[in-house]
Ligand binder design. Structure first.
Ligand SMILES: Nc1ncnc2c1ncn2[C@@H]1O[C@H](COP(=O)(O)OP(=O)(O)O)[C@@H](O)[C@H]1O
Ligand SMILES: NC(=O)c1ccc[n+]([C@@H]2O[C@H](COP(=O)(O)O)[C@@H](O)[C@H]2O)c1
Length: 199
């Protein structure tokens, strides 16, 4: 079976989930792992010297559990799809069938053990002003306290982004300020090329 693991990383509210959902619809036999599903419980999140719960750091996430979930897909994508309620194409069990996993999240390129699993590494970014605007319209399971964006979210983004640029040289950047269609088309084309090249 041919297998492709696609990373969709990027800044908070850059459009990762939007792009991921469109790709899942378009790509047969595709499954997803959302990093957001691996946040620890609020009482397990450290409170920093700044007084903020430190959500935007890798230790706020159970990355071992996330890695094991990805490994589960690698071992048996058909079983993974079934247990996650993904309907498969009639060809899915043939030896030459293609299976795709999308790994989506804001810190997916800041955890060494996962870096090598991605066949494709996309990264969506948007500038500060737009990020702050979009974030202010969003409500997480724990709502942002006043000042969190400027005091924690954006500084941590800058730090992790630097780290990523240093650790990973295969990133394909997507401009989150372009339209949803443009972003989707750019990613889709790149994925089709990878599939054609038997990546
Ligand atoms: N290309 C885009 N242009 C304008 N708004 C967008 C675009 N992509 C996503 N959005 C909007 O930005 C917000 C965050 O998008 P989402 O996909 O949930 O981001 P993420 O998963 O990266 O946090 C949503 O309101 C979404 O509709
Ligand atoms: N899902 C949760 O339980 C939860 C709780 C608090 C904050 N967050 C925020 O989620 C963000 C990452 O997710 P997005 O990339 O989808 O915005 C982080 O910036 C973090 O501050 C998520």
């Amino acid at each position: 079976k041919m297998r492709l693991i696609i990373g969709i990383g990027g800044v908070t509210n850059g459009g990762k989930t939007t792009l991921t959902n469109r790709l899942l619809k378009a790509l047969p036999n595709s499954c997803v792992v959302h990093q957001d599903d691996f946040f620890k419980r609020p009482d397990q999140i450290e409170v920093g010297e700044d007084g903020f719960r430190q959500w935007d750091v890798i230790s706020a996430l159970d990355m071992e559990a996330m890695t094991n979930t990805v490994k589960g897909w690698q071992e048996n994508p058909v079983k993974f799809a079934r247990s996650h309620g993904v309907s498969l194409s009639p060809e899915a069990e043939k030896p030459d069938s293609v299976h795709i996993l999308i790994v989506e999240g804001f810190l997916i390129y800041n955890y060494k053990p996962l870096l090598d699993v991605y066949d494709k590494c996309f990264y969506i970014s948007i500038p500060y002003e737009e990020c702050k605007r979009r974030r202010s319209t969003r409500t997480y399971t724990v709502p942002d306290p006043p000042g969190l964006f400027d005091g924690h979210v954006w500084p941590m983004y800058l730090k992790h982004r630097k780290e990523m640029d240093y650790n990973c040289d295969r990133i394909e950047y997507l401009d989150g300020m372009t339209s949803k269609d443009d972003i989707y088309n750019a990613a889709y084309e790149s994925i089709q090329n990878a599939l054609l090249n038997n990546l």
